[in-house]
Design a protein around this ligand. Structure first.
Ligand SMILES: Cc1ncc(C[n+]2csc(CCOP(=O)(O)OP(=O)(O)O)c2C)c(N)n1
Length: 516
């Protein structure tokens, strides 16, 4: 680790004393943003990432972001300061009174070392716990006087130098049996999940799809934080709907569905129906025992997704089935004033270089973006799998810090911006050249759509008049412009994408849900 994301208080200053020159400190102005930036950084750098929060209130502020990081399987090593040991029992001001319990149930492991001398080993253990599959956030509370204690240098070095790997392929007999099931199936399909991206399995997924002529679906968009298969590939069929009934129907006609690197499934909203059509069976491949155990149907194999797919590619024959029908180009959006979100996404699709990265938090136009963009390089898409707003803006800054050579665009609703608005400051302070594309529809559009679905009428609090995000971002130092129409949007997008500083484009869009 070479970067720490934090927001300091008096209880953290001893940890920052003599801050090492080979470490960078990234200041976030509120803890949800600190964790959101670290989440994006951890995912896009593929490394465990260090975070420092301010005792109980700092962890409290960060809880929504820790929830998101858990859903994203982000390997975050969260630390927080704590009162001096001598004053914890009498509960002096700022004591985190039950520090290890506080971040539950959103962390894999949570600890306050019993002695100062145990802090190095606890941090070592935290790094390994965060990084072992399935990855996720962990937490260590460190009393502020511990940093001045003597430790055994040799023990500390030994703790720091250990390597622990957790990659494990599936039992070869299980792979052989799956290969036979695939080869004998009449119409098998592949569902590509976010962990294909995390585990570096794009190549294996493409090889399997081509060898077995599998149509490939992306796991449902709202819960699928990353893309695991090139969406411009001829075998790609689209993104699965996120509800039980429609998803089961969409897979109808496939006698075997292999779901790789995803939960089964990240459903929402509740639209009941058969989980799968008659005659469809399912096998899930996941590195997460909990994902395997809680799936409501199908068999599951718990193993590293890349290693197992690579073994599967070796074990399956070249299929003679007909190649899947290509999806065809995205639907051309209709002209409207104000522009539809789909028109905005189509313009982004034209402007975005092939190595561009999209961080998305535009709830009512998630599907429209996925349908318009067809992202096709690994590590090109990050979405808050937990559904808590505040991920997008902060994570985009972290992703850009981890991937300085790839242009990052944060596509975000003006409502969503407000949950992580101080991330603008960090983007400016550290010259992080994210392009923020803000879709302004003056409402919580997705909630109006949900209100219809839930038969709710007359709900208050769904309109956002006069929320001027360009003005707000300017206050944090971001160069911000409002695009008056499509031509201006195109020009501003290409300028911002080429710029070496953070820039924001606000564009008015039509209200309502956008699917295509
Ligand atoms: C932390 C958190 N609070 C509230 C919500 C509920 N919520 C989901 S979408 C949404 C509206 C987002 O508004 P905006 O970004 O403008 O997007 P639009 O729906 O208009 O596309 C809200 C409030 C949430 N998901 N997370």
């Amino acid at each position: 680790m070479t970067t720490m994301f934090g927001n300091p208080g008096s209880t953290e200053l001893p940890m920052l004393h003599g801050f090492p020159g080979d470490f960078d400190y990234v200041l976030g102005l509120q803890e949800a943003v600190v964790v959101g930036m670290a989440d994006g950084y951890a995912q896009a750098s593929d490394r465990p990432t260090l975070v420092n929060l301010h005792t109980a209130p700092g962890v409290g502020n960060a809880m929504g972001a820790i929830f998101n990081a858990q859903a994203n399987k982000s390997p975050l090593v969260l630390t927080a300061g704590q009162q001096v040991r001598a004053m914890i029992t009498l509960q002096a001001n700022l004591t985190n009174r039950d520090a290890a319990r506080l971040p539950h149930p959103f962390v894999k492991w949570s600890y306050e070392p019993p002695r100062a001398e145990d802090v190095p080993a606890a941090l070592g253990r935290a790094v390994h716990m965060a990084s072992l599959p399935p990855r996720g956030p962990v937490f260590v509370s460190v009393p502020m006087d511990d940093w001045g204690a003597e430790v055994d240098e040799d023990d500390a070095r030994r703790a720091a130098e250990r390597t622990v790997t957790g990659l494990a392929a599936a039992d070869p007999a299980v792979v052989r049996s799956l290969a036979e099931r695939l080869a004998q199936a009449d119409a098998p399909a592949l569902v590509a999940g976010p962990d294909l991206d995390t585990s570096g399995a794009w190549g294996a997924a493409i090889a399997l799809a081509e060898r077995q002529r599998l149509p490939v679906w992306a796991t449902p968009a709202p819960g699928g934080g990353r893309i695991g298969f090139p969406e411009n590939h001829p075998n790609f069929r689209g993104t699965l709907p996120p509800a039980i009934g429609p998803l089961g129907q969409m897979l109808e006609g496939h006698d075997l569905v292999l779901v790789a690197g995803s939960s089964v499934f990240p459903y929402y909203p509740y639209i009941p129906g058969p989980l799968l059509a008659q005659g469809t069976s399912l096998v899930q491949l996941t590195n997460d025992p909990d994902e395997a155990a809680r799936a409501p149907m199908g068999d599951a194999i718990v193993a590293d997704v890349r290693l197992t797919l690579e073994a599967l590619v070796e074990a399956v024959p070249e299929a003679e089935r007909q190649a899947p029908e290509p999806l065809g180009p995205p639907e051309a959006p209709e002209e409207s004033d104000p522009l539809s979100p789909s028109t905005v996404h189509a313009a982004l699709g034209e402007a975005l270089p092939e190595d561009g990265i999209v961080v998305l938090e535009s709830p009512s136009s998630t599907m429209a973006l996925r349908n318009q963009l067809r992202l096709s390089r690994p590590g090109s898409y990050y979405f808050g799998a937990g559904g808590g707003l505040g991920f997008g803006l902060a994570a985009a800054v972290g992703v850009q810090l981890a991937q300085p050579d790839r242009p990052v665009v944060c596509v975000i609703g003006e409502g969503s911006v407000q949950y992580a608005v101080t991330a603008f400051w960090s983007a400016v302070a550290y010259s992080v050249p994210v392009t923020f594309l803000v879709l302004r529809n003056d409402e919580y559009a997705i909630l109006k759509w949900f209100a219809d679905l839930e038969d709710v009428s007359g709900a208050p609090g769904l309109d956002l008049p006069a929320l001027d995000t360009a003005e707000i971002a300017s206050g944090y130092g971001v160069k911000a412009k409002r695009a008056a129409g499509l031509e201006e949007l195109r020009g501003l997008l290409s300028e911002a994408l080429a710029s070496e500083r953070p820039e924001l484009i606000e564009i008015a869009v039509a209200p309502g849900m956008a699917l295509f």
